[in-house]
Structure formats: C-alpha cells, structure tokens
Ligand binder design. Sequence first.
Ligand code: PLP
Length: 383
Amino acid sequence: MKVDFYRHPLGADDLAALTEALASPILTNGRIGERVERQIAEFLQIPHALLTNSWSNGAVTALRALGVGPGDEVIVPAMTFIATANVVEWVGARPVFVDVDADTLLMTPEAVAQALTPRTRAVIPVHLYGQMCDLPGIRQALDGRDDVALIEDAAHCFEGALQGRRPGALSDVAIFSFYATKNVTCGEGGAIVTRHAALAERMRRIRSQGMTQGAKDRFSGGGYNHWDMTELGLKSNLSDILAALLPAQIAAIETTRTQRQHLAQRYRDAFANGPLRMPHWLPQRDHAHHLFPVHAPADLRDAAIRALEEVGVSVTVNYRAAPLVTYYREKYGFTPEMFPVSHAWGEGVLSLPLYPALTAAEQAWVIDAARARLYPLLTSAAA
Ligand SMILES: *Cc1c(COP(=O)(O)O)cnc(C)c1O
C-alpha cells in the first residue's frame, strides 16, 4: 500500500467558490477576503483578522508594524521551522534561540525569563505540532515589560485552544499559515489576528506597500481616489482566488479537529509501550494535532525513514533544530551543545502521516509497518 504524507481536502466541491472569485473584475484581495477575515475573527473571537499571502510575510508585516528592527532581539524556540527565525532576520533584528522543554518540545517561561535583555522587543512562542504553549506563564516571564510584544507562531494551531482561549486571545498578535500541508490550506496563505485596533490598521497598511488606500478602496465611491504612502510596507495581501478556498474548511474545523484527534489517539495507543518516544500532551488544551512526530535514536532515524518508505509510507522530519542549520551556525557560531534538547529531538524525530482523509486501513498499514520494521531495528540496537 502507498500512504501519502499529506492529502489536502480540496476538490470538486470547491469549484463553485473559485468560480465566484473569478467573477470579480479585479483578482486581488477584495470582498471574499473580507468575508473570510470576518469568519476567522468570529471563530477565534478576536476582533481583527487580516489575510496574508503566507505566515512568513504576515510575520514580517507584524514585526514591522510593532517597530521591531536593527538592534532589537526577538526570542524564538530552537525547535521550530526556520521561518520563525527567518522573519526576525528579514526585519534586521537578532533571533535569540532558546532550548525547549524535553517532554513537550515547547518554549518555556523559564527559558524566556533567562533570555530576556534590555534589547528584547518580542517573543515568538511556537505552538509546536498543534499544542499551545503556556502563554500566561510566558507573559509573566516578561516581568511587566510592555515594550516586548508577545507574538504567537500559530502555524500549527488554527483550531487549538488553551483552557478555551484560542490563539490571539492571550497575546498581542497570532499568526497562522495556510501553506499546502497545514490543517487549513489554500496552497499558500496565512492570517494575522490581534486585539489591538491601531496595530491592525497599521498592519493593513504595511500589507499593501504602506499605501493609505488598498486597490479596492481606490475605486470606492464610484471614481478614482488618490493614495499616499506614509511608511515602508511590503506586499503581503492574499488574492481572493486563494481566499475563496478557505471558508468551507473553517466551517468544518470542529469536525476535522475531532478526526485528527482520533487518528492521533490511535497512533498514541498503538505505540504506547513501544520504543518510539512521543511528545507529552498537556492537560487543559485542545490539541490541533497538526503533526504526529515520533522519535528514534539519532543513529537509526534515517534507517527508520528508509524502512517505512520501502513499504510505501511517506514521512518527513519536523524539525532539525533551527539554529543548527548552516546559515545560523555560521552567522552566530551556534553549536549543538547550546541547544541539547532541540538538537537531540531534531536528530531523531520523524513525522507519520496524519490528516482527516487518512483511512483506517492506511493508518493500520502505517502502524503495522512501524511495529514490524522499526521496533526490531530499535530494540536490537538497544540490546
Ligand atoms: C509552515 C510554518 C511556518 C511558515 O508558514 P508559511 O505560510 O509557509 O510562511 C512558520 N512557522 C511554522 C512553525 C510552520 O510550520
């Protein structure tokens, strides 16, 4: 059997939404995007939502709007996708990597407290694999510093919650990704949400080159309106063609979250007493189950990947420790010893297929393949 690592949920049912988008005379962000922004704001219970063309460009937009730039430091976890740190580099600030908790792989309040300096301007906790970080604890670690923004990397966690509070409720800004393999996807896309009205307005401007009027507003009132540019922006708005693919997935999110939860629980039960390590799930959280990572000893990880691929199971690595990629190692002189937890996890982790369209037979195939092919590998190495 062949089991894909991921299959998106879009299909023939989405063609009507695309047709509607194509009926508009101008194919940039417009009426459809505004509708989706209202839908996102309502689902998350956060007043302001902006669609963007990626998480990454959304994050650059947010960092610019918050005034983060050269000379500033931004605290990021070492166990994350490189984008979390890359956006800090793009605004000219310095990413300050902190190691993560050994059980959950999440950023901790203690690590943030230790990394905080007078130059710190933002902290970006990552809700890794779909499980929310201790945001109240991290806020407390900021020790009342109101010059430090709390920005959630919620690329894995559109539908997760912490004691009923969704991303955006406990921070200054939360940013989502609708990239091809994310839980909600339109191929490429993202969203920013915030509770602060003035910040939302500034991000909206920066999203369109810093222009005072968006394309849609240039013709509002029946005729052409002049625009001005008051600050440097970038180009991070999302086309209505892509935005049109989001509403159906957002409307179905509680159903798909339950499906992901059942699949994740089935993996967890199947591997409970075996040699593969799995991250701890914390209480009082609705886990978005974006990925299902398991961990093998570092010297066996690549053999484990090959063993699964040989029987048709596609897997990926999420992630090797971000500060240890060549760019960051060479620029800042980072070594594995500086991030022991992230390094050890990153050298042994592999992600199994996890998505609502994964059938029971496909998942059983993955579980049987892991038990039959990985367990002997791991237990004979341990002996
Ligand atoms: C996917 C991802 C991003 C980047 O999202 P894009 O939409 O591709 O820019 C950022 N952070 C994490 C944790 C991700 O997994």
